[in-house]
Design a binder for this molecule. Structure first.
Ligand code: MG
Length: 448
């Protein structure tokens, strides 16, 4: 009797501690996506006074990518690219008329787009979104219309006030308005931990796009006036704490080994806010521009069962690639009826081969601004890192940089490398032929 009781207790402990850890099962995915965090804003990416021990450890236990690009240098198109594996020009999520979606926008990510969440849900995954959505706030565009089982967060940027203030939503309901932004990072973290606990018995996909460190900056009491970097540092150090809590929850629920966690940012730092904006480190410019500072983001992958610890990939990768990578690892079929811009990064993640991404196109405001192929990057157009408003600059001949020799994009090689210029121009011409016109979702006003 006693023995069987003991055995029963042992089994129940086993059941609560060992969740979905069968190596034969597909991995869980967690994507932690900061807002406007710069390339130079983490300890493990060289910041001298922002302390990020959890991310530093995540990098030591996982893999750092030093040439990883977001899909666009501003929020809405960047998110559309990550979740669909398609350049936002293909689905109308980048626009010459409006930079991003606003609380008076009537558009959003079109229903016919296939998101990572939809793909994984069809393959038996639990799917949750905790954080800033910004792909349309009307019911037909919210996370639960795009493959997520649950949603908790702010539907657009935290500086977008409409009467009543910035809303916090659960599912399709506003549950707090104006939201107390001082505690959003903390509350997102609690929701993420709960999601992991609830779904530990099955494969899951947790998409966690943080509201911070987008301006206006808010931080909870425990992190206020703590960082040597000031308020911006306080905010990033709380995000680092949040990452630590998510990793702890994975361990506690027995999911650590078989969960691929990706940490990255939606675009570069918002430099026009000066001390309140982040840093792109040695890269040129920031958010809103297609210079490296706007597009290259600090990125870490961690998956103890598969990714060799303490590794560095200097080849190109992109948030666009999460779609094909996750599909491959989950055994899911990618859609074949549309053009994808997504590469399967598995060989590089596992340390078995090179990154397959050889070319990256840079768009903003509905326009192709440039391309990188191999180490060379060509700019047809550029913008300076100022608050939205100044016209872009056209370059004829284009600017040409070797971004491995010159990551700060200081020394134009166009006159010295006509053959490279031609090669990149050919890549652009070939690419443009694959782009079909799409309805401009960002320019649609709210239908009354
Ligand atoms: Mg952003």
């Amino acid at each position: 009797m006693f023995r069987s009781l003991l055995f029963g207790t042992f089994l129940s402990i086993l059941a609560t501690q060992t969740c979905f850890a069968d190596k034969q099962q597909p991995p869980n995915f967690v994507v932690i996506f900061c807002d406007d965090l710069g390339y130079g804003d983490l300890g493990c990416f060289g910041h001298p006074t922002i302390r990020t021990p959890n991310l530093d450890r995540m990098a030591a236990e996982g893999q750092k990518w030093s040439s990883f690009y977001c899909a666009a240098p501003v929020c809405t198109p960047s998110r559309a690219g990550l979740l669909t594996g398609r350049l936002p020009i293909r689905n109308g999520m980048t626009s010459a008329k409006r930079v991003v979606l606003f609380p008076n926008s009537g558009g959003g990510l079109p229903a016919e787009e296939v998101t990572i969440a939809e793909l994984l849900k069809e393959n038996g995954y639990a799917t949750g979104c905790v954080g800033k959505w910004h792909l349309g706030h009307l019911p037909q565009f919210l996370p639960m219309a795009h493959g997520f089982d649950s949603y908790y967060g702010i539907p657009y940027s935290n500086d977008m006030h409409k009467p009543g203030g910035v809303p916090l939503m659960r599912g399709q309901e506003v549950i707090e308005q104006p939201v107390d932004q001082r505690t959003v990072t903390k509350r997102y973290t609690e929701e993420a931990v709960k999601f992991i606990e609830t779904n530990r018995e099955r494969p899951f996909f947790l998409y966690m796009p943080h509201t911070m460190p987008h301006i206006p900056l808010y931080v909870s009491e425990a992190f206020t006036d703590e960082s040597p970097r000031g308020l911006y540092g306080d905010v990033v150090e709380e995000l680092d704490w949040s990452v630590g809590e998510v990793l702890k929850a994975l361990k506690k629920n027995g999911c650590d080994e078989n969960t691929l966690v990706v940490f990255t940012s939606d675009n570069g730092p918002w430099l026009s806010f000066r001390l309140e904006g982040g840093s792109a480190g040695l890269l040129r410019a920031g958010k809103g521009t297609t210079f490296e500072g706007g597009m290259r983001v600090p990125t870490i992958f961690r998956w103890p069962a598969k990714i060799p610890a303490g590794t560095l990939v200097t080849e190109m990768g992109s948030t666009l690639d999460l779609m094909a990578t996750f599909a491959h690892l989950a055994g899911a079929e990618l859609p074949t009826d549309r053009t994808l811009d997504s590469e399967d990064l598995t060989p590089a993640l596992l340390g078995e081969g090179a990154s397959p991404r050889e070319t990256m196109f840079f768009y903003t405001r509905g326009e192709l601004y440039g391309v990188r192929q191999g180490p060379y990057k060509l700019h047809l157009w550029t913008r300076e890192p100022v608050r939205y408003g100044r016209p872009p600059i056209k370059h004829d001949p284009p600017l040409l940089y070797h971004v491995e020799h010159d990551p700060g994009e200081q020394f134009d090689l166009a006159a010295k490398k006509p053959e490279v210029l031609k090669q990149l121009q050919d890549a652009i011409n070939k690419h443009i032929e694959t782009v079909e016109p799409a309805v401009d979702q960002l320019a649609i006003p709210v239908q009354k």
